[in-house]
Design a protein around this ligand. Structure first.
Ligand code: TXA
Ligand code: MG
Length: 327
């Protein structure tokens, strides 16, 4: 294991206090963290990721007690959601305090706040006291990392330290809810189901397609995102089986990622069985895409999961990762 991967909290704290970057585990995906109060530290995140500078990053805090350090005019709905879901996989978009650097907010008058549930990073945040600006720890547009080794594979020794918190338990990014408009808005489905948020608020969330998205810059909403480098085609299993066969005949190396318990071997394709339930599927999705990426296959064929509410976050990520659709 590379010596930049460790569980040394003291070293992580020292690097962050010195304005350096650290890879951190969260329950959703790994983050690339810097002191959110220091624009020159946050700038290093953008440089390393190759991410456009006008994309805002989430500020990670220890808990609801820090909400007022970063946000103002905080609605009751935000306090209710923080009480119900923090620490956890929910990011709240709120009106920012004036001191929050433009490098963090992308120049917008809002800030995204989340208290992650991973014990190692929670302990780090408690000791750090401030906020950690952290996007997912991957090159811009690439699949998010769910292990410390994935982060190392993205950045190598350019990153001084990756805190190893084991594999992420949720596996897809946090749910993002906008609370600065007239009505609460679901900006990105994720680890916390929309229905659970609606149950706490007592109202339905507006989905971002229906909201006024003109002024929102949410990089997770760009079309090509979370994508493996190998072409990924998504469709119903029957269409994929025919496609697998045709491509094998044409000399291609094919992986077939499916949820069938009865699938007969498809001629020439490597069969990759995916979990049947949405929670386990989410936990394994990115690691599986990574394991199948990197030149082993010419094409990845992925069976489309059901279009049901508890598959919302998984389907959202698959849609953005896909390079094409079949059937
Ligand atoms: O689970 C997660 O949210 C992970 C872990 C590391 O916490 N983080 C993550 O960060 O997914 P990132 O940067 O890959 O995606 C965060 C999303 C981006 O689409 C960004 O544009 C949006 O949050 N965002 C952050 N601040 C925002 C703001 N003030 N207004 C609108 N969108 C914001
Ligand atoms: Mg990301």
């Amino acid at each position: 294991m590379p010596n930049t991967i460790s569980t040394d909290l003291d070293q992580a704290l020292a690097l962050l206090q010195a304005g350096e970057l650290v890879g951190i585990p969260t329950e959703t995906v790994y983050g690339l963290a810097a002191d959110a109060r220091r624009p020159e530290a946050v700038a290093k995140i953008f440089a390393l990721k190759g991410r456009p500078a006008d994309h805002p990053v989430i500020v990670h805090i220890a808990g609801a007690a820090q909400l007022d350090d970063w946000a103002q005019d905080i609605p009751d709905s935000a306090r209710k959601l923080a009480a119900a879901f923090w620490p956890g996989s929910l990011t709240l978009i709120l009106k920012r305090k004036p001191h929050v650097p433009d490098a963090v907010t992308g120049g917008q008058d809002t800030v995204g706040l989340r208290a992650p549930a991973h014990p190692l990073t929670h302990a780090l945040l408690e000791r750090f006291g401030g906020g950690l600006a952290a996007p997912s720890a991957n090159q811009f547009g690439h699949v998010s990392p769910t292990t410390a080794q994935h982060v190392y594979n993205e950045f190598g020794s350019q990153l001084g330290l990756i805190l190893d918190g084991g594999p992420c338990q949720v596996g897809v990014e946090s749910t993002i809810v906008g609370l600065t408009g007239e009505q609460p808005t679901l900006l990105r489905p994720g680890g916390v189901p929309a229905e659970a948020i609606e149950a706490v608020l007592g109202v339905k969330l507006i989905h971002h397609q229906k909201a006024d998205s003109a002024k929102l810059r949410v990089s997770g909403l760009l079309d090509s995102h979370y994508a493996p480098r190998t072409p990924l085609l998504v469709g119903p299993l029957a269409a994929l089986e025919g496609e697998a066969y045709r491509r094998f005949e044409a000399g291609q190396r094919v992986a077939l990622l499916h949820r069938s318990q009865m699938l007969q071997a498809v001629c020439g394709a490597e069969s990759v069985a995916m979990p049947l339930d949405p929670a386990n599927y989410a936990r394994e999705l990115y690691a599986t895409l990574r394991a199948c990426d990197g030149g082993r296959f010419d094409v990845l064929l992925l069976e489309r999961p059901p279009e049901e509410a508890d598959w919302l976050a998984v389907n959202d990520r698959i849609k953005r990762a896909a390079s094409g659709w079949l059937g």
